[in-house]
Design a protein around this ligand. Structure first.
Ligand code: BES
Ligand code: MN
Ligand code: ZN
Length: 493
């Protein structure tokens, strides 16, 4: 979908579909008033008859108009004073859901024209683009019947009030398009089943990015090359599977030559059975999403390349399966990580940290200014924060604060969690430098403490996205998080 800035109200404009809002108690927004003069008071009549009460997200379609405005979608915005980004998102998403069921090829949203409580022109325009892009997202389709037709809506205008706003709105559209493209790529990758999205498939997706974008280059290391680098920890996870593992290394060079890059390290377990510490059957299919960290790194690269950001970024993605077999790593096995530290693997289901630690060590060769790892690392973070906040850990206050801010701006929030010596106690081992698991308590924190053992001298943060990267149940599927957070962080660096 294409997005454009539309200046001012709907009084004189032509569109296949105007989207306007009504607040609760039937108060028309300024744009609805303005439009209503052109269409003979139809909106006021809707309200008067009680057909639209203004509850956030309620929608009525006026389809049988003729003239410069062919259709009007009227959407409830809730109370005027509580109309904020959240309500704006919801109202626009509902409206676009209805627009999609019409034959409209273009539409203009006037929903932000009265102002949105906690959003300026830039924010509300970017949100509109993100919502528009998400509204047209389709899960990679493996259904044989009833193929869904391509969306007819190809252009969405976002109305902003004054000429002075145009620059901000144009910039917001470019950024929103980048984020939208990144989120879609992440969702496409993560939604594929594990028999399609293998480590090799992720490597191919990375190569495709390099082909499409001049500033991205990719190098894919195979298992033999990882062995030469002494990645004993990463390789211990892939031992049980027939599927080849890869270390995928991406570079985006948009900054100056000497500038230290940001390193993004993404967990790429394309299926996590737990290994010999086998998981129980319920919801095990969702472990196809265990490469969401990896997908978020590829999505972020897509976004920053689309936006042509003037920065340097490297991505390191250890990609493998975690399977049981006669060759699989066994509880009690001891491995040597690339850092030289030895690990007693007490639970083969705590495999994410085992692949990430070697990837973090590998990232050191780029002399990054910061390292951020992204992983569906623990069930414990889902218990702690549900699917609202991602868990945010780290060893650098400025980096943590910058990521928290980015999450707030992008509506992709992260909650700061503690780490520390007291929590790391449980990782003690009688046989190796440390174990890969501690007790059940504080599981997301002890996992972060394990990673922290590989971050000496690095500015490092860790996002545990096990609760936020995908949804279960009827809405099952990838959310694209935390691509908006990561891109916002990089935008504001
Ligand atoms: N991929 C899982 C974490 C996970 C669990 C993600 C549920 C999404 C939903 C990870 O590899 C794992 O199995 N973690 C274990 C760690 C435990 C063995 C210390 C867990 O959380 O149970
Ligand atoms: Mn696991
Ligand atoms: Zn896992």
């Amino acid at each position: 979908m294409e997005f454009f800035v539309s200046l001012g109200g709907p009084a004189k404009q032509r569109t296949d579909c105007a989207i306007v809002g009504v607040y609760d108690k039937g108060t028309l927004s300024a744009a609805a008033e303005e439009l209503d003069k052109r269409i003979g008071g139809r909106i006021a009549r809707l309200v008067k008859r009680g057909d639209l009460r203004g509850k956030t997200g309620d929608v009525v379609l006026l389809a049988d108009l003729n003239g410069p405005v062919e259709r009007v979608v009227v959407v409830g915005l809730g109370g005027r004073n509580s109309f904020k980004r959240k309500q704006y998102r919801k109202a626009l998403a509902s409206a676009l859901g209805v627009v999609a069921r019409t034959g409209a090829k273009d539409a203009v949203s006037y929903l932000g024209l009265d102002g949105v409580g906690d959003a300026d022109t830039y924010a509300l325009t970017r949100i509109a683009v993100e919502v528009g892009s998400n509204s047209q997202y389709r899960i990679p389709d493996h259904k044989t019947a009833n193929k869904r037709p391509k969306p007819t809506l190809t252009k969405l205008g976002i109305a902003v009030s004054g000429r002075g706003d145009r620059g901000n709105a144009e910039r917001a559209i470019a950024h929103g398009e980048g984020i939208g493209a990144g989120v879609s790529l992440m969702r496409d990758l993560a939604n594929q089943p594990a028999n399609v999205c293998t480590p090799g498939y992720l490597a191919k997706a990375a190569r495709n990015l390099a082909r499409e974008h001049r500033k991205i280059s990719v190098r894919v290391l195979n298992e033999a090359e990882c062995r030469r680098l002494q990645m004993g920890s990463f390789l211990s996870v892939t031992r049980g599977t027939q599927e080849p593992a890869y270390l995928i290394v991406l570079e985006y060079k948009g900054g100056t030559r000497g500038e230290a890059p940001t390193a993004l390290v993404g967990k790429g377990v394309t299926f996590d059975t737990g290994g010999i510490s086998l998981k129980p059957p319920p919801a095990m299919d969702e472990m196809k999403f265990d490469m969401s960290g990896a997908a978020s790194v590829l999505g972020t690269f897509k976004a920053i390349a689309t936006m042509d950001l003037p920065i340097n970024v490297v991505g390191v993605v250890p990609a493998c399966e975690n399977m049981p077999s006669g060759l699989a790593t066994k509880p009690g096995d001891i491995v040597k990580s690339m850092s030289g530290q030895t690990i007693e693997i007490l639970n083969t289901d705590a495999e994410g940290r085992l692949i990430l630690c070697d990837a973090i060590t590998y990232a050191r060769r780029f002399k990054p200014d910061v390292v951020i790892d992204i992983a569906t690392l623990t069930g414990a973070i889902v218990v702690s924060l549900g699917n609202v906040y991602s868990g945010l850990f780290g060893n650098d206050e400025d980096l943590i604060a910058a990521l928290e801010d980015a999450g707030r701006r992008a509506d992709d929030r992260a909650w700061r969690m503690p780490i520390g010596e007291e929590y790391a106690e449980g990782l003690k081992s009688n046989f190796a430098d440390f174990a890969n698991v501690a007790g059940r308590e504080g599981g997301a924190i002890t996992a972060a403490c394990f990673l922290a053992k590989f971050t000496d001298g690095l500015k490092w943060a860790h996002l545990d996205v096990a609760g936020t990267a995908y949804l279960s149940g009827a809405q099952k599927g990838s959310t694209g998080r935390p691509v908006p957070l990561l891109v916002d962080y990089l935008l504001n660096k």
